[in-house]
Design a protein around this ligand. Structure first.
Ligand code: NI
Ligand code: MN
Length: 232
């Protein structure tokens, strides 16, 4: 069995590993208008990763954690908040750190964005927004940038971890547009790119076609534009 990456829309991905583990990155499922109905239930969840506290990245973190009881990996401040909501199996960490859960290695890396937890009427400090480099049991390594602008240290992420594949936002407004994302592709150096965080709302107007235009000079590059529900 190979690893399978399923796009659930926006920045949410389900990864089924060669060893049968299910990983969910950025749990925005129930109110995610891009997530197909048939993708809103899981057989199980082994591991959940959260890039930052905005609703479109963790709206369903608490409910899914309580339903499926996965390991939950996130930055220290979000972990504290989740623990206050009686979420178990939280693994707090911070940028530059790595941990291994069930043979899956997770490294937390920088993202250039913001983060805040909205809890009822209150806005709480959510720590820094982050990305992850994830190495699966069979050695396959990929990078999920979270919400971010392009930043020069993407070159460090590329050189240090050499991810085979990268998921990066292209939607504009809250994130990189295809212009910045095209530059990010050059810095990261991955030859397989899955664009994300576009099309969910009309305002997220960047398209994979524009990204292809800005990266046309990169030899061997594959832009893998998955529709929600599709897998790679
Ligand atoms: Ni955000
Ligand atoms: Mn977002």
């Amino acid at each position: 069995m190979n690893n399978k990456i399923t796009y659930l829309g926006h920045s949410t991905f389900k990864i089924t590993t060669s060893q049968g583990k299910i990983i969910l990155i950025d749990p925005w499922i129930l109110s995610n208008p891009a997530c197909p109905e048939e993708c809103k239930k899981f057989d199980k969840l082994d591991l959940m990763l959260i890039t930052h506290a905005h609703f479109d990245h963790m709206a369903d973190a608490v409910s899914l954690a309580k339903e499926y009881y996965p390991h939950v990996v996130c930055i220290f401040e979000i972990a504290l908040w989740l623990q206050g909501k009686q979420v178990g199996k939280t693994h707090d960490m911070n940028k530059g750190g790595s941990l291994v859960i069930d043979g899956i290695k997770i490294t937390m890396v920088h993202a250039d964005h913001s983060s805040a937890i909205v809890d009822g009427e209150t806005v709480l400090y959510g720590g820094e927004p982050v990305g992850y480099v994830i190495q699966l049991e069979d050695g396959f390594k990929f990078y999920h940038s979270g919400d971010t602008n392009v930043f020069g240290d993407m070159k460090i992420i590329g050189e240090l971890y050499k991810p085979e594949l990268a998921m990066i936002p292209i939607g504009d407004l809250y994130n990189m547009s295809p212009l910045e994302a095209g530059y990010a592709v050059k810095l990261i150096g991955s030859k397989k790119i899955i664009p994300m965080h576009y099309g969910t709302f009309p305002a997220l107007s960047g398209t994979p076609e524009e990204l292809k235009k800005y990266t046309a000079d990169i030899v061997g590059l594959e832009i893998i534009a998955l529709k929600p529900g599709e897998s790679y």
